[in-house]
Design a protein around this ligand. Structure first.
Ligand code: SAH
Ligand code: SF4
Ligand code: F3S
Length: 474
C-alpha cells in the first residue's frame, strides 16, 4: 500500500469516527427515553474472516452506544452477516431472514440489516430490494467500514439504505473491534482474493487482494498478547501471497518470523494457504519458530490434474505432494488439514479415485468436504458435464468414510500419550474441551477442578474417536 493510500484510508476512517459520535448521541437519547441502551443481535455465517468482520461491526456498534443480545425479539437492530460460498448457505440465510419478519412486525422501530458476501452479488442485492422490503439496510463487504455513516442515515429517517459500492477500500486500521474470545483472537492480515478459482464466488464479492502493512499487523498482535490472548489466528483467503501487492520485499514467512519473536506465551495459527504460493521458506520458518503451530490447512480441492486445471488452481497433484513431503521432512510431526470439492463439472469416477488416492497418501488430520455448488457468474457454473447430484452425494459419502477411518487411525496413535491442550470456554458439560497445537480436538475430565478458557493443561489420552481424543488431566 502506498503512502497516499494509507493517508486516504486514515481520512476515510476519520469520517466514520465522526459518524460514530453522531450515532452515539442518538443512542444516548434512546437510553434516556427507554432506560436501556439500544440492543443489537448479530448473526454470522461463513468463514473466520466473516466472524472477524462481525467483531469489527460489533466494535463500531459498541462505540456507537449499542449493547448486544442473542434473541431477535429484544433487539432494536438485527444484523445478518452472510456467506455466499454455496447455494445451501444462501438458502439457509434467506430462511433465517424470513423467520425474523414476525419480530419486525411486532416492533415497527426494529431495523434489519443484511451484509457480508451474499450482498456482494448484484442479483442478491436486487432480490433484497424487490422481495425483502423489510430489510432496512444492506451493504456489501467493501462498504463495511461505512457502517457508522449508513446507520446514521437510517436512524435519521432515510427509509432504505443500500450501499453496494466499493471493494477497493477495506479500512481495518484505527477502527474498533469487539472480540468474541478473551484468549483466542483472529487477526485479518489481508482481504480479498486474486485467484479466481473457477468455482468460487469470493473474488467477486470480496474484491482483489489487499494486504495490511506488516507493522500494523505486528502492532495488533503485540497488543493482543499484552492483553492476555494465548492464541492468534492469522486470516486471509491466501495468506501465502501476503504482501505481494505491497512490494516491500517482505512475505508471509517473514511475518511469521517477526510474530514469533514477539515476547509472551502464545501460539500462532494461520489460514488459508494456497498450495501454488506455499514456499519452502514458509516451512523452513515454521520449523525454526516455536510459537507457530505445526499444522497447516492446505486445501487441495481435487486429486486429478485435469480437474485442478479446470478449477484454475495452478498446481498439479504431484506438485502438491512435493510440498507435503518437503514440509514433513522439515517439520517433525507436522499435520495437514484440507478442503476438497466433489462433483466439480466433468469429474469422472477416475478423477474421483485420484482424490481418494491423494487423501490416502497425505493422511490429513481433518478434511472439509464439499459437494460442488454452481455459483452464478463463475466460469464453472457454465461448464458442460455438470455432475448429477446423486453421483456427487455417493462420492461425498465414500470420501467421508475414507477420511473418518484415517482420522480415527491417526487419533488412536495418541492413546497413552500426554498432550498439551489449550482450553476452550467450558460448555457446562461434564468434560472440558480444547485443542492441541496441531489442531487435534481433545475432550477431558479434570477431576472436579474448574479450568477456565485459555489455559495450557496436560492431558493423558485414553480413548479416540474420528473427531476427537479423550483423556484425563495429569
Ligand atoms: N481461500 C480458501 C478457501 C475459501 S472457501 C482457499 O483457496 O483454499 C472454502 C472452501 O469452500 C474452498 O476451499 C472450497 O473447497 C469450498 N468451495 C468454494 N466454492 C465452492 C463451490 N462453489 N462449491 C463447493 N465448494 C466450494
Ligand atoms: Fe476462492 Fe480460490 Fe480465492 Fe480460495 S483462492 S477464495 S477458493 S478463488
Ligand atoms: Fe463465505 Fe464470504 Fe467467507 S462467501 S466462506 S463468508 S469469504
Amino acid at each position: 500500500m502506498s503512502v497516499e493510500n494509507i493517508t486516504r484510508e486514515s481520512t476515510l476512517a476519520q469520517t466514520q469516527r465522526e459518524y460514530i459520535l453522531a450515532v452515539r448521541t442518538m443512542s444516548e437519547e434512546f437510553e434516556r427515553l427507554h432506560g436501556y441502551k439500544p440492543r443489537c443481535m448479530a448473526r454470522t455465517y461463513g468463514c473466520q474472516q466473516n466472524e472477524n468482520d462481525t467483531e469489527r461491526i460489533k466494535g463500531m456498534l459498541a462505540a456507537m452506544g449499542y449493547d448486544f443480545v442473542e434473541d431477535p425479539e429484544s433487539a432494536e437492530l438485527i444484523i445478518f452477516n452472510t456467506c455466499a460460498i454455496r447455494e445451501h448457505s444462501e438458502r439457509k440465510i434467506l430462511g433465517h431472514l424470513g423467520a425474523v419478519l414476525p419480530y419486525r412486525r411486532a416492533k415497527p422501530d426494529m431495523k434489519i440489516v443484511l451484509c457480508g458476501c451474499m450482498t456482494g452479488q448484484p442479483h442478491i442485492a436486487e432480490l433484497i430490494r424487490k422481495s425483502y422490503k423489510y430489510v432496512d439496510m444492506a451493504f456489501s463487504p467493501g462498504a463495511l467500514y461505512r457502517l457508522p455513516q449508513n446507520l446514521y442515515k437510517l436512524l435519521s429517517g432515510q427509509k432504505y439504505v443500500f450501499d453496494f459500492e466499493g471493494g477497493a477500500e477495506n479500512i481495518s486500521e484505527g477502527m474498533p473491534v469487539l472480540r468474541e474470545g478473551k484468549t483466542k483472537a483472529w487477526v485479518s492480515i489481508m482481504s480479498g482474493c486474486n485467484n479466481f478459482c473457477t468455482y468460487c464466488i469470493v473474488p467477486y464479492v470480496r474484491g482483489r487482494e489487499r494486504s495490511r502493512i506488516p507493522e500494523a499487523v505486528l502492532e495488533e498482535v503485540r497488543e493482543l498478547v499484552k492483553s492476555g490472548y494465548r492464541e492468534i489466528t492469522l486470516l486471509g483467503q491466501n495468506v501465502n501471497s501476503y504482501c505481494k501487492d505491497l512490494q516491500l520485499g517482505y512475505d508471509f514467512a517473514d511475518l511469521l518470523r517477526d510474530i514469533n519473536s514477539i515476547e509472551g506465551d502464545f501460539r500462532v495459527k494461520f489460514m488459508t494457504s494456497h498450495p501454488k504460493d506455499a514456499t519452502r521458506k514458509l516451512f523452513d520458518v515454521i520449523a525454526e519458530c516455536d510459537k507457530i503451530g505445526r499444522h497447516v490447512h492446505l486445501p487441495f480441492q481435487s486429486g486429478s490434474d485435469a480437474i485442478l486445471q479446470k478449477m484454475n488452481r495452478k498446481y498439479t497433484c504431484e506438485q502438491y505432494m512435493q510440498i507435503i513431503d518437503y514440509a514433513k521432512s522439515k517439520i517433525p510431526g507436522v499435520s495437514f488439514s484440507s478442503d476438497v470439492i466433489v462433483g466439480f463439472p466433468g469429474e469422472t469416477e477416475e478423477d474421483f479415485e485420484k482424490t481418494l488416492q491423494l487423501v490416502r497418501r497425505v493422511e490429513f488430520s481433518s478434511l472439509f468436504m464439499f459437494i460442488y455448488s454452481p455459483r452464478r457468474g463463475t466460469p464453472a457454473a457454465e461448464m458442460p458435464d455438470q455432475v448429477p447430484h446423486e453421483v456427487s452425494v455417493d462420492r461425498f459419502n465414500r470420501l467421508a468414510q475414507l477420511q473418518n477411518s484415517i482420522s480415527l487411525r491417526r487419533n488412536e496413535r495418541l492413546i497413552g500419550q500426554t498432550v498439551t491442550v489449550l482450553t476452550d470456554k467450558p460448555d457446562g458439560g461434564s468434560l472440558y474441551g480444547g485443542k492441541t497445537a496441531d489442531d487435534i480436538r481433545v475432550r477431558f475430565d479434570s477431576h472436579g477442578t474448574h479450568i477456565p478458557e485459555g489455559q495450557s493443561v496436560q492431558v493423558k489420552i485414553e480413548r479416540a474417536a474420528n473427531w476427537a481424543v479423550f483423556g484425563q488431566t495429569v
